[in-house]
Design a binder for this molecule. Structure first.
Ligand code: DON
Length: 529
């Protein structure tokens, strides 16, 4: 089964498995198809994380996050007074990190792939060159970025310009199709060298961007050990730094483990209060201790230590909200020294893949690489561009996540796999910037504590809180007026908002069947056989 953000991408992955491909093969085909049919987030110009659990239980994660160009500096988005220049890290050529997606997919194929590389790239090429029909949501997305496309592209991507896209319009991406053909025929060199690399560098020169041929050639994905944390009879397997997701999720699960939330109930006052208080503490840690482990010594062991987390929760007051200004990052002895997309896949042998991939916000930098037809990320905004200044998701950071040449920016992406009593249980993840971690947290609890089906757990209303700002953000309709009043009287400030995340997940039911949960907030769809 494949659950992804678009029915055509889920179908591409399921078709690959029908032909005998495994979950990694399907993940490659699905992700490349998403780059065509869901271009606000699916990408070849961005980066991502892959968490793999093979049928024998062995685990691995692949980090193909973007990196800062070699000419990047910690002051590159500041003016002469040292103030942040609004928007500079969010759109345009200068906001782009060195893309990692193609390198990640090639690397995962080399290690795990069963079918030929060419067979996996072809479905995306066919979608791009022969065209497909827009959904209402995809049409809305393209309509929404018309002005930005004109603003950030000196060579207009004519194929995207249209006064009004409508559901059912047929669209083709010819330049992108040919760029995918180069990837099909030449693998890594089809993207990081040759025409595509030339097009990226030329695009940089049109808008003060920094990515060079050397940067592209030097990009390497990294295999990393997963974060593994226990929660009752479950094991949570997730992404290590440079994502903050795995560590924060482990902290959140362990923070609530000792409390009877099953008895309290889903989105009940006590449950929400406890979860928000745990989130306050986890996100305070995130802002200080988390960054690219190749540049900053992230105290992974200490942050996920059960005793440390229990100590953090010692100040939890069951009756009153603790103001965020009273919460700092935890203290321990250090050793010396809103667009993204998720796909969940399980193959017929039981191999599981959980991938979250991104351009950062919707349509990334809004820059379409002329001649190659794909959108570049604006991932540089995930760095702390200035200590204490919030990024587009309101996240603050400092030294650990400052900009340095060739460093990876901190992420919240939390592709996760859950085991129950040593067996594959769930594959889960979502987009949503800093809300990713809390959405994954809630989806897991919805199943393991509140006994929802996978689809119910994905559809259920969500809320988010992240230390700063000191507020709770529930989706509209998350809780009744009594619960709202009670939470407010405890000291919580509630800011209702629109949809949070697009969770795509798979549950293995006790009889061994797969149950997909595709988020109704998007076009998300499960495909299986
Ligand atoms: O890596 C991160 O945490 C962000 N760049 C993810 C962005 C995102 O999820 C936007 N989605 N709505």
């Amino acid at each position: 089964m494949v659950v992804s953000a678009h029915p055509l991408a889920s179908k591409a992955g399921a078709d690959v498995m029908r032909k005998g491909g495994n979950a990694v093969d399907a993940a490659i085909a699905t992700q490349l198809a998403l780059a065509v049919v869901h271009p606000s987030a699916g990408n070849i110009g961005g980066g991502g994380f892959m968490v793999i659990r093979q049928k024998d239980g062995s685990l691995n994660t692949l980090d193909y996050r973007e990196k800062a160009p070699s000419a990047a500096t910690s002051t590159m988005y500041l003016n002469e007074q040292g103030d942040v220049i609004p928007g500079l890290s969010e759109s345009g050529q200068l906001s782009a990190g060195i893309p990692g997606t193609v390198a990640g997919l090639v690397e995962s194929h080399a290690r795990y792939g069963k079918l030929s590389w060419k067979e996996l790239v072809q479905p995306a090429i066919d979608l791009a060159l022969y065209g497909f029909l827009l959904t209402q949501k995809e049409a809305n997305g393209l309509n929404y970025i018309q002005e930005d496309l004109k603003k950030y592209n000196s060579i207009l991507p004519q194929f995207l310009i249209n006064e009004k896209w409508e559901a059912g319009d047929s669209i083709r991406y010819i330049d992108l199709g040919h760029a995918l053909e180069r990837i099909r025929d030449r693998g890594l060199a089809g993207f990081y060298e040759g025409k595509t690399a030339d097009d990226i560098v030329a695009e940089m020169q049109r808008g003060n961007g920094l990515i060079t041929h050397e940067d592209l050639k030097n990009y390497k994905p990294v295999w990393r050990a997963p974060i593994v944390a226990s929660y009752k009879e479950y094991k949570i397997i997730s992404m290590p730094p440079p994502s903050s997701g795995g560590i924060a999720l482990a902290q959140l699960m362990r923070s609530v483990e000792n409390y009877p939330i099953k008895d309290w109930g889903h989105n009940n006052t006590k449950t929400v209060h406890l979860m928000v208080e745990a989130e306050r503490r986890a996100y305070a840690d995130r802002s200080v201790y988390l960054g690219d482990p190749d540049f900053y010594d992230v105290p992974v062991q200490q942050l996920t230590d059960k005793k440390y987390i229990d100590d953090r929760m010692n100040t939890f007051d069951a009756k009153t909200a603790t103001p965020s200004k009273a919460i700092r990052e935890g203290v321990f002895i250090l050793k010396e020294s809103d667009q993204t997309t998720h796909l969940s896949i399980v193959d017929s042998e039981g191999n599981a893949v959980s991938i979250t991939t991104t351009l950062n916000d919707s349509y990334g930098s809004k820059v379409v690489v002329a001649g190659s037809g794909f959108i570049l990320n604006d991932e540089m905004d995930d760095f702390s561009v200035k200590p204490g200044v919030p990024n587009m998701y309101g996240a603050v950071g400092g030294e650990a996540n400052k900009i340095e040449a060739a460093k990876r920016m901190l992420s919240s992406m939390t592709p996760t796999i859950v085991e129950k009593n040593g067996k594959l249980f769930m594959v889960v993840g979502t987009p949503g910037g800093t809300t990713i971690i809390t959405s994954v947290f809630q989806t897991i609890l919805n199943v393991v504590e509140f006994k929802m089906t996978m689809q119910e757990a994905v559809s259920a209303k969500r809320f988010h809180s992240q230390w700063l700002p000191d507020e709770v953000f529930p989706e509209n309709g998350t809780m009744d007026s009594v619960t709202i009043k009670k939470l407010e009287s405890m000291g919580h400030t509630l800011q209702f908002r629109g949809e949070i995340g697009r969770v795509d997940a798979i549950l293995v039911t006790p009889d061994g069947k797969l149950e997909g949960g595709a988020d109704p907030r998007g076009d998300d769809a499960a495909a299986g056989f």
